[in-house]
Write a protein that binds this ligand. Structure first.
Ligand code: ATP
Length: 400
């Protein structure tokens, strides 16, 4: 690899495009003082990415742009093209020639190109890095400093020669590698510490994990059992609810039948009252007994009302039970108890009714008895009348 050409345009004293073609080997630039020799080496530094204006012998970076002269105006742009022969493949690109361009405008904008393609400064530095051409690795000995170099201490001179020979990059790499190694050692020590700590924690963690796995298994089993129980409870509640509904319907039917019986009993009582009224016998007694019977009927009716109310309450509770079957086992029991109580009440009402019916039949028997006694009395009265009339006629015949 060698520097093939350098083209300057608007760079420092090179207002016009100036192209330098270089051959392998030593190239010398000769000229009078102030003719711009150092500007050529500045151009090399600049195009390779120099950022420090002072290294380019200026105050600000804009100083690299041609500043104008009495004969011509200042340039608006400085541009340097540096072409490297890469036929030996030193640079890590697939080109035999690598052209690096740097441009800078008065506005301060700056750009790099690699083989005509816009690139970043970093790309330029990356390409050059491995070849020993990066900023700081090439060696430009400024005017006047050669003397001081020749007189410098052997160690300083050695550093300079090393830099020029390109060993600096290897030293830098070595230092970098050593830093990395030291870092790796630190990381390794940390990893060892962490590994030891993790290994120390591993046993209790394994125990915990085992316990956790057992817990998860048991939890799943528990959930399954709970679900089965809940399904079972639900089924039982549904059965109970169906049974309660059936019982309720049976009680309603029974109630209806009892109501019909009560109506029939009322009709019978009415008929008896009518008969008693017609026959006019034992009216006071019958009226009293009728009042008693009516009282019994009223009690039956009020008991029936209570029954109806309880039935309504039981029905509403059964409705509530159907809404929340899962949680109402207790309520169903209460409703069942109420239903049982209602059944007990019904039984007691039935008993009362049976008593009332018995009373009614006793009254009917009494009535029949009274009626027959009255007929007997009337018959005897008729017989007595006839006997008395017989007696009177016998007395009248005796008198005659
Ligand atoms: P010497 O051997 O005396 O150091 P030299 O040949 O190395 O001289 P340089 O120092 O490279 O010459 O060039 C200096 C010349 O470049 C000066 O005349 C200076 O005016 C001119 N110069 C530097 N910067 C600019 C610029 N931005 N615009 C115009 N001319 C410039």
């Amino acid at each position: 690899m060698h520097l093939k050409s350098l083209v300057l345009k608007g760079f420092k004293s090179f207002a016009d495009r100036s192209a330098l073609t270089l051959e392998p080997g030593i190239t010398a630039v000769v000229g009078p003082n102030g003719s711009g020799k150092s500007n050529i080496s500045d151009a090399v530094l600049w195009v390779l990415g120099e950022r420090n204006a002072k290294h380019l012998r200026g105050q600000a970076m804009e100083d690299v742009i041609f500043a104008g002269s009495s004969a011509r105006r200042a340039a608006g742009l400085a541009e340097v093209d540096l072409v490297l022969d890469n036929s030996d493949g030193t640079l890590p690109v697939d080109y035999d020639e690598v052209a690096i361009t740097r441009r800078m405008y008065r506005s301060g904008e700056s750009e790099y190109l690699i083989n005509g393609t816009v690139a970043r400064r970093m790309d330029v530095l990356d390409i050059l890095h491995d070849s020993g051409l990066g900023t700081g690795t090439h060696s430009i000995i400024s005017q006047g400093s050669l003397d001081s170099i020749l007189q410098s201490k052997p160690e300083d001179r050695r550093a300079l020669i090393e830099e020029a020979a390109g060993t600096l990059k290897h030293k830098q790499r070595k230092a970098k590698s050593e830093r990395k190694l030291a870092q790796m050692d630190q990381h390794l020590a940390r990893v060892r510490d962490v590994t030891a700590e993790v290994e120390r924690q591993l046993k209790p963690l394994e125990r915990k994990a085992k316990r956790a796995r057992t817990y998860i298994g048991l939890s799943a089993e528990l959930s399954d059992l709970k679900l089965k129980l809940a399904v079972d409870d639900l089924r039982q509640l549904q059965e109970k609810h169906a049974a309660a509904t059936a019982r309720e319907e049976a009680v309603a039917a029974e109630l209806e039948a009892k109501r019909a019986e009560i109506s029939a009993a009322e009709a019978a009582v009415e008929t008896l009252q009518e008969k008693i009224r017609q026959e006019g016998a034992s009216a006071g007694e019958l009226t009293r007994q009728h009042r008693q019977a009516s009282g019994a009927v009223e009690r039956i009716e009020s008991a029936e009302l209570v029954m109806r109310e309880r039935k309504r309450a039981a029905t509403s509770r059964a409705g509530e039970l159907s809404v929340s079957l899962e949680a109402n086992a207790a309520r169903t029991k209460t409703a069942q108890a109420d239903l049982d109580a209602a059944n007990a009440q019904l039984a007691s009402v039935q008993a009362e009714r049976a008593q009332a019916e018995e009373k009614v039949s006793r009254l009917a028997a009494d009535h029949a008895d009274v009626t027959s006694r009255r007929a007997e009395t009337e018959k005897r009265a008729t017989e007595l009348g006839r006997a008395s009339r017989d007696l009177e006629s016998r007395i009248n015949s005796a008198r005659a």
